[in-house]
Design a protein around this ligand. Structure first.
Ligand SMILES: [Zn+2]
Length: 328
């Protein structure tokens, strides 16, 4: 399931390539035909995300809400311009002489598509993968819809196909506000003091383990399995600690760390959770998941801090990775 950073990146792709332009909408598969025809031919005026949900607004005041769920993904094709905040990762990679081409072995690479607008294809879901420029599929615009395309959004130069989402629905503004009210805060959407206070208050109200609550989208929107494990390790907090036993300082620190890690994730497209890496170490960590996480998927290996074996438990039916020595 895509964690918050990837959904923000998708929303920014739309902001860069669709907002301010007339959009033709269709539902090649048919399941969103009425919704698509309601917005087709209008200007897209906003695109942003809260947690794992994306909201796009059209000039009529209609909104589309998309939740990718486990299997959903967007495929972009055409002359795609990369969002400046995403492109800034290129400068950063440039310093390591790896100009935008650090390939990730797990297919999480999202930097290979950065550059001037050009004919290309990018898939954005749980992971981002770029198609090769010059692939025969880029020759025809718009590409023929392949498979179950729930929603196709198209300008005169860019086409985005949505497949396999958990949710894709037409909403009024009031309904959008209702959805957001039920979600916990997301620092990329609201970085204010109130958002932090809301998180701290919700987290410390219940005796539910903090490891469960960080995945609860009504406590904080956007954290998934990877960030949950890494944030708790970075704070040296036992995932089983009840929320109401966390100190105010601990809860505030969790929020601040999430603000920081999410910003890095949005910028680079990868869930980088190690600090202070430079040069070759940064490159290695960007290229391999095994080199950028403290505990995630490291069960049975020794803890990078203390040498204890990293543990794997099932918590609320999701895999939880943690160090029983450091996190006490
Ligand atoms: Zn340890």
């Amino acid at each position: 399931m895509p964690e918050g950073h990837s959904v923000h990146r998708i929303a920014r792709q739309f902001a860069r390539n669709f907002v301010g332009r007339t959009v033709v909408a269709s539902s090649p598969q048919g399941r969103f035909a009425a919704g698509a025809s309601a917005v087709s031919g209008q200007n897209m005026v906003e695109s942003w995300a809260v947690g794992k949900q994306m909201f796009i607004k059209f000039e009529s005041g209609d909104w589309i809400r998309v939740h990718l769920g486990i299997y959903g993904a967007w495929d972009f094709a055409g002359s795609i311009e990369l969002d400046a905040t995403i492109a800034s990762a290129n400068g950063r990679m440039g310093q390591t002489n790896a100009r935008g081409t650090v390939f990730d072995t797990d297919g999480e690479n999202s930097l290979s598509s950065i550059g001037a607008p050009r004919k290309s294809r990018v898939r954005m879901g749980e992971q981002t993968t770029a198609g090769r420029v010059g692939e025969s599929t880029t020759a025809v615009f718009p590409p023929n819809p392949v498979g179950q395309v729930r929603l196709r959004l198209m300008t005169d130069s860019v086409c985005a196909d949505l497949r396999g989402p958990t949710a894709c629905e037409l909403l009024t503004e009031e309904q959008v506000l209702g959805v957001i009210a039920r979600l916990g805060p997301d620092p990329q959407h609201d970085s204010g003091k109130l958002a932090q206070e809301k998180f701290v208050e919700r987290l410390r109200k219940k005796s539910t383990p903090v490891g469960v609550q960080l995945m609860d989208q009504s406590v904080v929107a956007g954290i998934g399995n990877v960030y949950r494990a890494e944030i708790l390790f970075r704070a040296w907090i036992d995932p089983y600690k009840p929320g109401n036993k966390l100190s105010l300082d601990e809860a505030n620190a969790l929020w601040k760390d999430w603000v920081k890690l999410l910003a890095i994730g949005v910028e680079t497209g990868q869930m980088m959770t190690m600090d202070g890496l430079r040069g070759k170490k940064w490159e290695a960590a960007m290229a391999n998941r095994a080199d950028r996480h403290w505990v995630y998927k490291r069960d049975g290996l020794s803890c990078r801090k203390c040498g204890t074996n990293i543990r794997l438990d099932m918590m609320a039916s999701r895999k939880l990775y943690w160090c029983p020595s450091c996190q006490t």
